[in-house]
Design a protein around this ligand. Structure first.
Ligand code: SF4
Length: 333
């Protein structure tokens, strides 16, 4: 089963001999792609900054079509917090994350994952204080920091590399989404492929691993575009990838396009096909950290009826086995 593609769980077991669990942190960063009042941003982003649902516990009271979207639009311009308060929040999240992992998985192997919003978007002394605040409550196997390519510079790279003495591996997760500049511009990413390549090179030269986020099924993109994105990831030697199916969150510009009939989203069947197509062009050593979005239903406009993760992965595996496909079987060195 594992030989069909290189799953994240398999990679962790192979590297460390056991599972490792992430503690996701919302350190109250903001986003360089939104104005202070919350306007702007990427067309698909509802302003939650990719924070896990468990980091957004107040959402548990929302059902679909509830007051959630109104509350989100009021929250879009996050007010800055004092550094002390942010440190306090980090410590609380680490403690809660550890308790949860210990009780659910009976494990003491944690990675610290700065997940929400743009986690290198602050002066470097503030970044250091925020990363130190989490790492102090280690040991952690890995430090993982999610950000944008335009928020990676020499100082940030040097700071991240300095943690290689405290954890086994430092990773940066970079949102690329697509290798097509026109799509990036349509999405309002205000970032570029060139900056992505340069950020990956700087991180690699400091010994930091890169996981790239991509979206399959963006408006106007088909199998050729997916292949070009896969080839770019191979070219820069991204060590890992998170694949997302295009999905429409409430309150986004994408929602407007969707309601006007300008954009459609893939069914599970189509996302299985496009994911396999993408996987076949990837370097077989690249780790597949994710293959679909798991946005909670109260935030989703479409697709409303998509398989859960286990059904989806099972469908991918069946289809790959049936046709004899493997990750990288169309990869050319
Ligand atoms: S950069 Fe990230 S947080 Fe900012 S608007 Fe885009 S997806 Fe949202």
């Amino acid at each position: 089963m594992e030989s069909l593609y290189r799953s994240y769980a398999h990679h962790l077991r192979q590297t460390y001999g056991h599972a490792v669990y992430r503690i996701g942190i919302d350190a109250h960063f903001s986003c360089p792609n939104r104005l202070a009042d919350g306007s702007g941003g990427c067309a698909f982003c509802d302003g939650t900054g990719s924070a896990s649902t468990y980091l957004r516990q107040h959402e548990s009271r929302f059902m679909h079509d509830s007051a959630y979207q109104k509350e989100m639009s009021e929250q879009l311009g996050r007010k800055p917090l004092e550094l002390e308060r942010r440190i306090e929040l980090i410590e609380r999240q680490v403690k809660r994350g550890k308790q949860f992992i210990r009780s659910r998985y009976r494990s003491d192997f944690f990675s610290l994952y700065y997940q929400a919003y743009t986690n290198t978007y602050d002066p470097v002394d503030v970044l250091k204080a925020l990363y130190d605040a989490g790492l102090e409550h280690g040991p952690f196997v890995e430090l993982i920091v999610s950000t944008r390519a335009d928020c990676i510079d020499e100082e940030v790279v040097a700071l991240l590399a300095s943690y290689l003495t405290r954890v086994k591996r430092v990773w940066v997760e970079l949102g690329l989404q697509t290798s097509d500049e026109q799509s990036l511009s349509l999405l309002g990413r205000n970032d570029s492929v060139e900056r992505y390549i340069s950020a990956v090179n700087s991180l690699h030269s400091a010994g930091i691993g890169v996981c790239t986020h991509v979206i399959l099924g963006l408006p106007g993109e088909g199998k050729d575009a997916f292949m070009h994105t896969a080839l770019l990831l191979n070219q820069v030697k991204s060590e890992a990838v998170k694949i997302h199916n295009l999905h429409v969150c409430g309150g986004t510009r994408l929602e407007g396009w969707y309601r006007q009939g300008e954009v459609s989203v893939a069914s599970m069947r189509r996302h299985v096909e496009q994911s396999i197509h993408f996987l076949r062009f990837l370097n077989p050593s690249m780790v597949i950290e994710r293959m679909m979005c798991e946005t909670p239903s109260h935030r989703l406009v479409s697709p409303r009826h998509f398989a859960d993760k286990h059904q989806f992965l099972e469908a991918v595996r069946c289809e790959m086995s049936e046709h004899g496909y493997r990750q990288g079987d169309r990869y050319a060195r």
